[in-house]
Design a protein around this ligand. Structure first.
Ligand code: 13P
Length: 221
C-alpha cells in the first residue's frame, strides 16, 4: 500500500485546532482511497490528534535521551505516552549528528516506535540505511517547499537511494519527498521504486486541503 506521510512542520494551517482538522481529513482519505496515511504534527499536538484519529501519528523529531535532567528535549517515552507510533529523525529542518541519529533511533526501537530517517542525498541515505530504521526518506533540501517535485527534478537521487538501500539493508523501506504536490509526482516517485512520499506545503498550503489530497491519491493511479 502506498505510504503518504504528511509532515505538518510549523505551518499555521497545521497547528493546534487546524492540525486536528487536517489529521481528520487524512484519516478520511486513508479510509476512502486505501492508502497508508501518516501524520507528523508538532509535538504539542500529538496527544490531541492521536486521541481522535486511528491513522498513525508520528513525531517530527525525537531526542536520544531517556528520563532525567534533559530540559527541553523530546523523549521517545513522552511521544509514545502522547500516542505517537513513530518519529521522523534528522529532517533537513531539524538535522542532527550521526551519533545522535543512532541514539534517537535506538530510543525509538527500545519502545517499539517506528522510525523514518530523513536524508538529503544518496551518501547520507547510505549512512542512514546502515542504521536500519524502518524507512529512509530522501529529500533534497533545495527542492523542499519549492513545488518542484524531486521525482521529476532529480529522479536519480530517488532511484539511486532505492538501489543503495537494497544493497545495504534490504528490509529498510525508501520514501522520497520535496516538492511533491500532484498525483503525477507521486506516481513517478512510486515508479522510481519508492514506497511512498513525505510531503508538506503542496497539501498544507492548498486552498482546499481535502481536495489536494484527493487529487494526489487519485492522480497517481
Ligand atoms: O520537507 C518535506 C517533508 O518532510 C517536504 O516539504 P514540501 O512538500 O513542502 O516540499
Amino acid at each position: 500500500m502506498t505510504i503518504i506521510v504528511l509532515n505538518f512542520k510549523t505551518y499555521r494551517e497545521s497547528t493546534g485546532p487546524e492540525a486536528l482538522r487536517l489529521a481528520e481529513i487524512c484519516e478520511d482519505i486513508a479510509r476512502d482511497y486505501s492508502v497508508q496515511m501518516i501524520v507528523a504534527p508538532q509535538t504539542a499536538d500529538i496527544h490531541a490528534i492521536s486521541r481522535e484519529v486511528k491513522i498513525p501519528v508520528y513525531a517530527q523529531h525525537v531526542d536520544g535521551v531517556g528520563y532525567g535532567g534533559f530540559t527541553g528535549h523530546v523523549t521517545a517515552a513522552s511521544i509514545k505516552a502522547a500516542g505517537a507510533r513513530g518519529s521522523l529523525i534528522n529532517h533537513s529542518e531539524r538535522r542532527i549528528k550521526l551519533a545522535d541519529m543512532e541514539a534517537s533511533l535506538s530510543a525509538c526501537r527500545d519502545l517499539g516506535l517506528a522510525s523514518i530517517i530523513c536524508t538529503n542525498n544518496v551518501a547520507t541515505t547510505r549512512a542512514a540505511a546502515a542504521l536500519e530504521p524502518d524507512y529512509v526518506a530522501v529529500e533534497p533540501p533545495e527542492l523542499i517547499g519549492s513545488g518542484i517535485p524531486v521525482s521529476k527534478a532529480n529522479p536519480n537521487v530517488v532511484s539511486d537511494s532505492v538501489s543503495a538501500v537494497k544493497k545495504i539493508a534490504p528490509r529498510v523501506g525508501v520514501l522520497c519527498g520535496a516538492g511533491i504536490t500532484h498525483g503525477e509526482d507521486l506516481r513517478s516517485a512510486l515508479d522510481l521504486g519508492s514506497e511512498g512520499v513525505l510531503l508538506a506545503s503542496g497539501i498544507i498550503k492548498a486552498k482546499d486541503q481535502r481536495q489536494a489530497l484527493e487529487d494526489l491519491v487519485t492522480g497517481a493511479k
